[in-house]
Design a protein around this ligand. Structure first.
Ligand code: AMP
Ligand code: MG
Length: 400
């Protein structure tokens, strides 16, 4: 049995980034950048006004209440074509080009307009001007790959005049649920059958992580059927199965995939929930065999499938980040498996976070997982812990 951290290391090492493709920026949200885009335009593209007011020459306004003649207007998209001379001002608006000859914008609150003249009551030389390229210049590197693209990155790429962008290809992930007892939600079923929670949840997880889930359906606990599906799944970028990887007589995934050519890297990890977890390669395609219990399957997806999907998309494949919280209840000592306890994380008002383990820690209880928002991590051999002690937690919102 290997540790969670060793397993994550082996997955990181055993999964390689896919190629890239060019897509429209409008489709780039949550994809991973595969190039280091440079600005095709400066930002701002011209020297512009940051305020509504008057563009002037600061040297003209040596005394308070200087009167200047207003010779024209510069609005965003409608610059003043001429030159500003001594004793003159130009009415200007936010985003408008600062006219040649002007070096300062006086905000309109500090002026009094009177027909064709304006009285400048107060000036700060050089203020309220955004020089061309203040944010970035033409040719500057905007972002460095790999970055998972978020709305602010879209804004930057748009501002740098990129209508399209190169991103890592979406991983095609074959998802199969195994078990004689499993049917899809809504399908006719006998009293001996249960509904698959894992297939739909894993598909959603893959999608959320930028992958393209290909649901191969439900496979019976039958060696020939499993060998056939293994062969069908080979051409994907990653194979994910759930169920059938434990040690029971009906747990045939390892055997059948072995017949199809799977090289097993590891098949057991020292964690709870989810001891049986298999990772290997089927003719070069990585495969993750998740346990059947829904909580085990999804916690393992968070810890192992997520990093694998990140790796395929060019990212490092880091484990989910953790944060410190105060324990909301006493805990017994932990044994020889790292424990990921379902918990409710709440804010105490003063900003400190308290993580309270929920009562139901059974790995079949998807209801308990869905109503939790954090996992408390208990390392192997942790001593008993008291309410109020600090623990590491993984927040689930936005991740699982
Ligand atoms: P297994 O790993 O195949 O022994 O399955 C462990 C437990 O998880 C059994 O109670 C199965 O019925 C259940 N299980 C397996 N696959 C799924 C699934 N797709 N959705 C919900 N429960 C499942
Ligand atoms: Mg089974």
């Amino acid at each position: 049995m290997i540790s969670v951290q060793e397993a994550q290391g082996l997955i990181r090492a055993g999964v390689n980034p896919l190629g890239s493709e060019t897509i429209a920026l409008s489709n780039a949200l949550h994809r991973v950048l595969a190039e280091d885009p440079t600005a095709r335009i400066a930002h701002p593209a011209h020297t512009i006004s940051a305020m509504d007011g008057y563009a002037v020459r600061a040297e003209d306004v040596s005394a308070n209440s200087t009167t200047l003649s207003v010779i024209g207007e510069s609005a965003a998209g409608h610059p003043y074509a001429g030159q500003l001379e001594s004793g003159q001002a130009i009415r200007i608006f936010t985003g408008a080009h600062v006219p040649n000859g002007a070096d300062t914008v006086v905000i309109q609150e500090n002026t009094d307009r009177d027909g064709e003249t304006v009285i400048i009551n107060e000036i700060e030389a050089g203020r309220h001007i955004r020089p061309m390229g203040q944010d970035f210049s033409h040719g500057d590197t905007l972002l460095i790959s790999p970055v998972r693209i978020e709305p602010r990155h879209i804004g930057l790429l748009a501002a740098g005049d990129h209508p399209w962008i190169s991103v890592f290809r979406r991983p095609r992930v074959a998802i199969l649920s195994t078990g004689d007892e499993i049917v899809l939600p809504g399908e006719p079923r006998t009293s001996n059958q249960i509904v698959s929670a894992n297939g739909p949840a894993l598909s959603a997880f893959v999608k959320q992580k930028g992958g393209d889930p290909i649901h191969l359906g439900i496979v019976k606990d039958d060696e020939d059927a499993l060998v056939a599906i293994a062969n069908a799944a080979k051409s994907c970028d990653l194979i994910v199965s759930s169920g059938g990887v434990s040690v029971g007589d009906r747990d045939l995934v390892r055997k059948a995939f072995g017949q199809a050519g799977l090289n097993v890297g590891f098949h057991k990890i020292a964690m709870r929930p989810g001891k049986p977890l298999m990772f290997g390669h089927l003719e070069g395609t990585p495969m993750l065999g998740l346990p059947g219990n829904p909580v085990s399957a999804l916690v393992c997806a968070l810890l192992f499938l997520g990093p694998a999907l990140d790796r395929l998309q060019g990212l490092a494949g880091d484990s989910p980040s953790t944060t410190l919280a105060k324990l909301g209840a006493d805990l017994k000592e932990n044994g020889g498996r790292e424990d990921y306890m379902r918990a409710v994380l709440s804010s105490d008002g003063d900003g400190t976070m308290t993580a309270t383990p929920i009562f139901a820690q059974d790995s079949s209880m998807i209801g308990a997982l869905a109503n939790s928002n954090a996992l408390i991590i208990r390392p192997i051999g942790s001593p008993a812990a008291k309410t109020g002690e600090a623990v590491q937690v993984i927040r689930l919102d936005g991740l699982l």
